[in-house]
Write a protein that binds this ligand. Structure first.
Ligand SMILES: [Zn+2]
Length: 399
């Protein structure tokens, strides 16, 4: 342990000597086994099982019951996700990657199982978590809250995303009314969010309701469990519910971040690089919406001061969305301007600021008619988002 402490201090000294991190640039630990790309979004991403390096100086791990199988294309997914978030919001997330093959280091286990006693692997493990802690501290100091995603790939037969909040599948099989009772809301990786969120959603709603991460991903064509369409894994179905990192960096033990382990299926997501990029974009948009809906509200802060912002400006811009008639009496029509870039998201708020609907407008159709019956008479506020940027906002009066 003494050696690790010294290495940790050496690493910290080396980083502070370099001054502040530059968002979007790569920083490396010893022998480039661990890579950290710092960001300014309140999002921490990690890819612990996507490495390919197999240095002879680190013997293969040989421990009872250990897994040595890599998660194919998850390092590529981490990089593509960081890039997509940048393109959508103009800002980078924090991304930490283990570039060692899992045979050499498992960066989603405690030190003993992760490194199997090898000093070089222990050093890499320590550096991985030093970068993780650095990013978490940075997000905490800037925002006081944020979200963590641990990226993995599963080989299970059902082709769906497995979202792990540290609930077992037996727990997820419980009805919402039970999941909302002690001890479940405080026994998971989003307990901070469950304790207080802007829309006063229950724990079960956060796990698998209409505004859950599973719902946002399902809306974009990526089936996920838990989600409204697939609320829990059946008893005979395989499911990963979250590991060491989700436990450590989510809010299970406190801390500023909530978190989830995303286990990605292979078909259509990790099987080739164009599918990786397509999924990364959908996940990026979903995560930005998630941050707005559940953490920062419609008045989301400027995540960064980067000059290169991908989203169009609002001033002098055309209307991206026409909403009529206004005031509305029988129905409400949302009509997308042909110039509007997909995918857009419309959030509707009631007069007191509560979110009542979140509509993805990235489908090919340009018009959506909403039955008036869905809206009690009153004044509503809407905001239209492209990725992390608000494009347009206004009021709708319903008679
Ligand atoms: Zn994994």
């Amino acid at each position: 342990m003494r050696i690790n402490l010294l290495l940790l201090l050496a690493l910290a000294g080396q980083l502070s000597a370099q001054g502040n991190y530059t968002p979007g640039q790569s920083y490396f630990g010893t022998d480039e086994y661990i890579e950290y790309i710092p960001g300014t979004l309140p999002l921490l991403l990690s890819a612990p099982h996507g490495g390919e390096k197999t240095p002879a100086s680190i013997p293969d791990r040989d421990c009872s019951g250990c897994s040595y199988v890599n998660d194919f294309n998850t390092q590529e997914l981490g990089r593509a996700l960081a890039q997509a978030l940048y393109e959508r919001s103009g800002c980078y997330p924090h991304l930490v990657m283990n570039r060692l093959h899992r045979r050499k280091l498992d960066a989603n286990r405690d030190l003993e199982e992760a490194a199997d006693g090898n000093p070089n692997a222990e050093q890499a493990w320590t550096e991985f978590h030093t970068f993780m802690e650095t990013a978490r501290t940075q997000i905490g100091q800037t925002f006081g809250k944020g979200f963590y995603v641990d990226l993995h790939g599963h080989g299970h037969s059902i082709q769906r995303l497995e979202l792990g909040y540290l609930h077992t599948k037996t727990e997820l099989q419980l009805p919402d009314s039970v999941l909302n009772l002690a001890p479940y809301p405080t026994d998971n990786s989003i307990r901070k969010l469950s304790a207080a969120n802007p829309n006063n959603l229950s724990h079960a709603e956060l796990l698998r309701g209409a505004l859950s991460l599973g719902a946002l991903l399902h809306q974009r064509g990526y089936p996920a469990v838990p989600s409204p369409a697939d609320p829990f894994p059946d008893a005979d179905e395989d499911y990963f519910n979250g590991g060491y990192n989700t436990n450590r960096y989510g809010s299970y033990n406190g801390g500023v971040l909530d978190g989830v382990q995303i286990e990605c299926n292979r078909n259509g997501i990790r099987d080739n690089l164009s599918n990786v990029e397509r999924f990364a974009d959908s996940l990026a948009v979903s995560l930005l919406q998630y941050l707005q809906m559940h953490y920062f509200g419609p008045q989301a802060p400027e995540w960064c001061t980067a000059s290169a912002v991908a989203a169009p400006h609002t001033h002098g811009a055309p209307q991206f969305l026409k909403i009529y008639p206004n005031p509305a009496s029988d129905y409400l029509v949302l009509e997308k301007n042909g110039q509007a870039q997909a995918p857009l998201q419309l959030l509707l708020f009631n007069f007191s600021g509560g979110l009542i609907q979140s509509l993805p407008l990235d489908a090919p159709q340009t018009r959506i008619a909403l039955p008036r019956a869905q809206f009690p008479a009153g004044l509503y506020h809407y905001q239209l988002f492209l990725g992390g940027k608000s494009l347009q906002s206004g009021s709708i009066s319903v008679l």
